[in-house]
Design a protein around this ligand. Structure first.
Ligand code: PHE
Length: 406
């Protein structure tokens, strides 16, 4: 058993070490201090048990008093080491061995009734005080350690709001969408309204109402994807013209962007592609209005450098019909083997014309009173021209290395 001065020295050393900042020494010292104190507390328990065998009244009284003082000192040492530990598990060990069900102090309290009456108050007082004080020290220290741990954790968990954030990847529009937006903006600026229609169309809207009757050879030029029950994937945006005219009276000024489908695949054709339809029906509209409108649109989208030309065309639902071409951006018309324009020097950009009177009649407009013009253009192909992309198929492969360039 440690003597008084050794214990004090030990406790002081522990505190001194803690204060001196030699933190790495402290745990070892605490450990040995705790081990020592526990050993002592346990050995005191045997002494308490031995008390029961003491028959001599006076000796029992004297030993009980001495023992209760030793218990109090042992508890005091336990408080001291408890105060310098920063380990909850060690605290719990101290509590179990000093205050637990089979600890010496507890055992002593159980033994009190067997002690001579005259020493009971003092033994009881000493052991109760020791118990209460140690309990307080241990629970206060436990609270302190928990709070310190929480503080350390909070400090480690702090968010540095000055750190740069994680960059959120920015998306951007597909080149076809940019051209579509550009074209639609232009027409909306002229007072056109946006109109849309379904991609799965009936044969009637896609062909018949556009003056392309069943069995007419013009249908085969469209390389149509046929669905069940007279439905098709629309081969152009022109059915939106019909839907618009059937739904309203003239004047009509609409622009209709959307996806269209044909069984076609080469560097300038993909099975899914985009079109933008335009339709104007009013009193007194002429081919001159059509030409002026489309030329202004081409200048808006491409700037002044690229050349535009109109040449006669043929569409079942316009009369007369024209096609508008843009000069080839790859060869400028100088390479007979050009992969893009195939030596033509021009790229087909859109089809247009004056709405055929038969179509106006079909939707219940009076062709004597109203005339109109219509046009359909391919924003994908326009994007190829605008951004210098030689293969249309790149647009729809979803390869980010390609898409990130725009
Ligand atoms: N719909 C036609 C096509 O897909 C283009 C067009 C639209 C022509 C409107 C004239 C008027 O080829």
């Amino acid at each position: 058993m440690m003597d008084e001065s050794t214990r004090k020295w030990l406790a002081e050393q522990a505190r001194a070490f803690e204060k001196s900042g030699l933190a790495e020494q402290a745990p070892r010292l605490q450990e040995s201090g705790i081990a020592e104190q526990i050993r002592e507390a346990d050995s005191l328990k045997h002494k308490v048990e031995e008390l029961r065998d003491v028959a001599d009244h006076a000796r029992l009284a004297a030993q009980a008093l001495t023992l209760s003082n030793e218990l109090a000192k042992s508890a005091q040492l336990a408080s001291e080491v408890a105060q310098v530990t920063d380990n909850l598990r060690q605290l719990e060990q101290l509590r179990v061995h000093n205050l637990g069900r089979s600890a010496a102090l507890t055992e002593m309290k159980r033994t009190i009734q067997r002690l001579p009456v005259e020493v009971r108050p003092e033994v009881g007082g000493t052991t109760n005080r020791a118990t209460r004080e140690l309990e307080q020290v241990i629970s206060a220290r436990a609270e302190q350690i928990t709070a310190e741990e929480r503080e350390v954790q909070l400090r480690e968990d702090t968010v540095d709001v000055t750190l740069p954030g994680m960059p959120f990847p920015k998306g951007h529009l597909h080149p076809s969408m940019r051209v579509m937006d550009d074209v639609v903006d232009f027409f909306v600026g002229l007072g056109y309204r946006l109109a849309e229609g379904p991609e799965v169309e009936t044969d009637y809207y896609n062909f018949t109402a556009l003056n392309i009757p069943p069995e007419h050879p013009a249908r085969s030029e469209h390389d149509t994807f046929f669905l069940d029950e007279g439905l098709v994937l629309r081969t152009h945006t022109s059915p939106v013209q019909i839907r618009t005219m059937l739904a309203q009276e003239p004047p009509v000024y609409v622009v209709c962007p959307g996806r269209t489908y044909r069984r076609d695949s080469d560097p300038t054709h993909t099975p899914m592609f985009h079109q933008i339809e335009g339709l104007a029906v009013d009193r007194g509209l002429t081919l001159g209005h059509l030409k002026g409108t489309l030329a202004a649109m081409a200048r808006h989208v491409f700037g002044e450098e690229l050349k535009v030309r109109l040449r006669p065309g043929y569409f079942q639902f316009t009369e007369p019909s024209v096609e508008m071409d843009l000069s080839c951006f790859v060869c400028g018309g100088n390479d007979p083997n050009c992969k893009l324009c195939k030596g033509a020097g021009w790229l087909e950009m859109l089809g247009a014309g004056m709405v055929d009177p038969a179509v106006l009649e079909e939707v219940g407009y009076d062709p004597e009173e109203y005339t109109g013009f219509a046009f359909g253009m391919g924003p994908d192909r326009m994007a190829m021209v605008k951004y210098g992309i030689p293969d249309l198929r790149l647009f729809f492969e979803g390869d980010l290395r390609f898409l990130r360039q725009f």
